[in-house]
Design a protein. Sequence first.
Length: 108
Amino acid sequence: MAFVRRKRGTFKWPAKIEYPIDNGNFELCQFTAIFNTLSRSEYDELTNSGDDFAYMKRLLAGWEGMEEEDGTPIEFNEENLKAFIEDRYWILGIIKSYGATFEGAPKK
Protein backbone atom coordinates (compact mmCIF):
# COMPACT_ATOMS: atom_id res chain seq x y z
CA MET A 1 0.00 0.00 0.00
CA ALA A 2 1.30 3.42 -0.94
CA PHE A 3 1.92 6.05 1.70
CA VAL A 4 -0.82 8.68 1.62
CA ARG A 5 -0.21 11.93 3.47
CA ARG A 6 -3.10 12.49 5.84
CA LYS A 7 -4.68 15.86 6.38
CA ARG A 8 -5.04 17.14 9.91
CA GLY A 9 -8.20 16.10 11.62
CA THR A 10 -9.43 14.00 14.50
CA PHE A 11 -9.44 10.33 15.41
CA LYS A 12 -11.24 8.24 18.01
CA TRP A 13 -9.17 6.22 20.46
CA PRO A 14 -9.99 4.21 23.60
CA ALA A 15 -9.14 6.07 26.80
CA LYS A 16 -8.50 3.92 29.85
CA ILE A 17 -8.60 5.49 33.29
CA GLU A 18 -7.48 3.44 36.30
CA TYR A 19 -8.83 4.53 39.67
CA PRO A 20 -7.29 3.07 42.83
CA ILE A 21 -9.65 1.07 45.02
CA ASP A 22 -9.14 -1.05 48.12
CA ASN A 23 -6.32 -3.54 48.67
CA GLY A 24 -3.97 -2.25 45.98
CA ASN A 25 -6.43 -2.84 43.15
CA PHE A 26 -7.62 -0.56 40.38
CA GLU A 27 -11.00 -0.04 38.76
CA LEU A 28 -10.71 0.37 34.98
CA CYS A 29 -13.04 2.94 33.42
CA GLN A 30 -13.12 3.44 29.65
CA PHE A 31 -14.54 5.89 27.16
CA THR A 32 -13.73 7.03 23.65
CA ALA A 33 -11.48 10.07 23.40
CA ILE A 34 -11.62 12.11 20.21
CA PHE A 35 -8.10 13.41 19.71
CA ASN A 36 -6.93 16.16 17.40
CA THR A 37 -4.07 15.24 15.11
CA LEU A 38 -1.16 17.44 16.18
CA SER A 39 2.12 18.11 14.44
CA ARG A 40 5.29 17.22 16.30
CA SER A 41 6.07 20.88 16.99
CA GLU A 42 2.52 21.57 18.24
CA TYR A 43 2.69 18.59 20.58
CA ASP A 44 6.15 19.56 21.88
CA GLU A 45 5.02 23.16 22.45
CA LEU A 46 1.94 22.03 24.39
CA THR A 47 3.79 19.53 26.56
CA ASN A 48 6.37 22.16 27.47
CA SER A 49 3.86 24.94 28.14
CA GLY A 50 2.94 23.84 31.67
CA ASP A 51 -0.66 24.84 30.98
CA ASP A 52 -2.76 21.69 31.51
CA PHE A 53 -5.97 23.32 30.30
CA ALA A 54 -4.44 24.59 27.03
CA TYR A 55 -2.84 21.17 26.53
CA MET A 56 -6.08 19.23 27.01
CA LYS A 57 -8.17 21.77 25.09
CA ARG A 58 -5.88 21.42 22.08
CA LEU A 59 -5.38 17.65 22.41
CA LEU A 60 -9.04 16.66 22.84
CA ALA A 61 -11.75 17.43 20.31
CA GLY A 62 -14.40 15.60 22.30
CA TRP A 63 -15.38 12.35 23.98
CA GLU A 64 -18.01 9.65 23.85
CA GLY A 65 -19.20 7.35 26.61
CA MET A 66 -18.62 9.68 29.56
CA GLU A 67 -21.47 9.61 32.09
CA GLU A 68 -22.42 10.88 35.52
CA GLU A 69 -23.20 8.26 38.19
CA ASP A 70 -26.91 8.50 37.30
CA GLY A 71 -26.18 7.69 33.63
CA THR A 72 -26.53 11.25 32.33
CA PRO A 73 -24.04 11.88 29.49
CA ILE A 74 -21.27 14.34 30.29
CA GLU A 75 -21.08 16.98 27.59
CA PHE A 76 -17.68 17.91 26.20
CA ASN A 77 -17.23 21.59 27.04
CA GLU A 78 -14.72 23.88 28.76
CA GLU A 79 -16.40 23.67 32.16
CA ASN A 80 -16.35 19.85 32.22
CA LEU A 81 -12.84 19.73 30.80
CA LYS A 82 -11.61 22.07 33.57
CA ALA A 83 -13.25 19.81 36.16
CA PHE A 84 -11.59 16.67 34.77
CA ILE A 85 -8.20 18.36 34.65
CA GLU A 86 -8.34 18.44 38.46
CA ASP A 87 -8.52 14.61 38.45
CA ARG A 88 -4.92 13.38 38.26
CA TYR A 89 -5.96 9.81 37.41
CA TRP A 90 -8.05 11.07 34.48
CA ILE A 91 -5.19 13.23 33.18
CA LEU A 92 -2.74 10.32 33.45
CA GLY A 93 -5.15 8.06 31.56
CA ILE A 94 -5.55 10.59 28.75
CA ILE A 95 -1.79 11.07 28.42
CA LYS A 96 -1.19 7.29 28.38
CA SER A 97 -3.96 6.77 25.84
CA TYR A 98 -2.60 9.44 23.51
CA GLY A 99 0.92 8.07 23.96
CA ALA A 100 -0.33 4.63 22.92
CA THR A 101 -1.14 6.08 19.48
CA PHE A 102 2.60 6.43 18.87
CA GLU A 103 3.30 2.76 19.53
CA GLY A 104 1.76 1.44 16.31
CA ALA A 105 -0.29 -1.68 15.73
CA PRO A 106 0.55 -4.71 17.86
CA LYS A 107 2.57 -7.42 16.12
CA LYS A 108 0.71 -10.61 15.32
